[in-house]
Design a protein around this ligand. Structure first.
Ligand SMILES: [Fe+2]
Length: 364
């Protein structure tokens, strides 16, 4: 059980701990973040723009196996460490389309992982610390919320509260229990598509409040690690346009979003309640990955959310994650949802084939 400061403050009436505001928790109150606030950055051009749309170089060495219709593809028979720059660009494009791409039995080292990921942009870490060690947790996330404000087990896009949230993340597992510690991803393209037209229009006009404040007020107590930078609130479009695919994706997650800038508090709370249900019930836009040592997942935080499935697994869970900065999220009002774009594409193919049939008919 996590050692939380608030567990020490027991109510004489019930014998259970009382909520302790972070400002009265000396560990949090006295913490001075070592780094300053981080402003807007200009990331380099997304490598997916340089890819062959058919991904011929990548698929000449790797066999893609889709795990669900909506998202998640395993690339078989390939070592990431052997991919050339062209194949890495095509991998980025595949990740933007499929949300998350998996690999098994990889020979990648941390050094090679960092080198490989630098191909995709500027690593989202201090130069001296280019990756994050991921451990997972055996805590009861539901019980922890009695004492800490941050829902640490919830769906999130990595550090979505940043002005430039990460685009791509890659996690490679170095140690893992035989069972438990799975990660689930949900497609934000799919979540947007699953809304009614009226709700789509409503959300198109909103900004979601992504905050690091709740995490800031929690992790020193929960993980014994101080936050690097002061807390930040950003107002990102509740629906964003993916710069590579041009598709609309919901940009709300239950891990970091606390409300909507244009709404009143109670309206925000109800909408967040609905979206929490929407995210958690989207079985048709969900994929769950069972890790083994040497497995790798590369995902796009701009069109997916993810979470570790809580559990009581035995043994250690340890992975190395690298991320790169993405663009500042934006909504292009002319962009389409994935479903309407693919409907338009199918219709075009149908019309084209009709016109070619009529040409053949004329010819005969
Ligand atoms: Fe994450």
């Amino acid at each position: 059980m996590a050692h939380l400061e608030s567990r020490k403050h027991i109510s004489p009436a019930s014998g259970f701990p009382i909520t302790l505001h972070p400002n009265f928790n000396p560990k949090i109150k006295d913490h001075v973040p070592p780094e300053p606030f981080r402003g807007l950055v200009n990331p380099p051009i997304d490598r997916a723009f340089f890819a062959d749309p058919e991904k011929k170089a990548l698929f000449s060495v790797a066999k893609p196996v889709d795990l669900t219709e909506s998202l998640g593809t395993v690339l078989e028979n390939v070592q990431l460490s052997q991919l050339n720059e062209q194949q890495l660009d095509e991998l980025a494009l595949l990740v933007t389309e499929r949300g998350v791409v998996f690999f098994r039995d990889q020979d990648l080292t941390t050094e090679k992982q960092v080198e490989l990921f630098q191909h995709y942009g500027d690593l989202d870490k201090h130069p001296a610390q280019k990756f994050v060690n991921i451990h997972g947790s055996r805590e009861d996330h539901r019980e922890l919320l009695n004492y800490t404000p941050w829902p640490s087990g919830e769906f999130h896009a990595d550090t979505s509260f940043e002005i430039n949230p990460p685009s791509y993340s890659l996690l490679r597992m170095e140690e893992h229990p035989d069972v438990g510690g799975d990660t689930a991803w949900v497609s934000q393209y799919g979540l947007y598509d699953a809304l009614s037209d009226a709700y789509k229009k409503f959300l198109d006009g909103l900004h979601a409040v992504h905050t690091s404040r709740l995490q800031y007020d929690t992790i020193l107590d929960l993980w014994n690690v101080g936050p690097n930078r002061p807390p930040i609130d950003t107002h990102h479009p509740a629906v964003r346009t993916h710069p590579v695919t041009g598709l609309k994706a919901l940009n709300v997650n239950t891990g970091f979003v606390t409300g909507f800038a244009e709404l009143k508090k109670l309206e925000s709370d109800k909408l967040l309640d609905f979206l929490a249900h929407h995210i958690h019930s989207a079985d048709d836009h969900y994929v769950r990955w069972k890790w083994t040592v040497g497995s790798v997942a590369m995902w796009d935080n701009r069109c997916t959310v993810h979470r570790v499935i809580p559990g009581r697994y035995k043994g250690n869970r340890r992975g190395v994650r690298t991320t790169v900065f993405g663009e500042k999220p934006y909504l292009d009002p002319a962009s389409e949802s994935r479903e309407s774009a693919s409907y338009a594409k199918e219709r075009k193919v149908m019309l084209d084939s009709r016109s070619s049939i009529s040409v053949i008919n004329v010819g005969f």
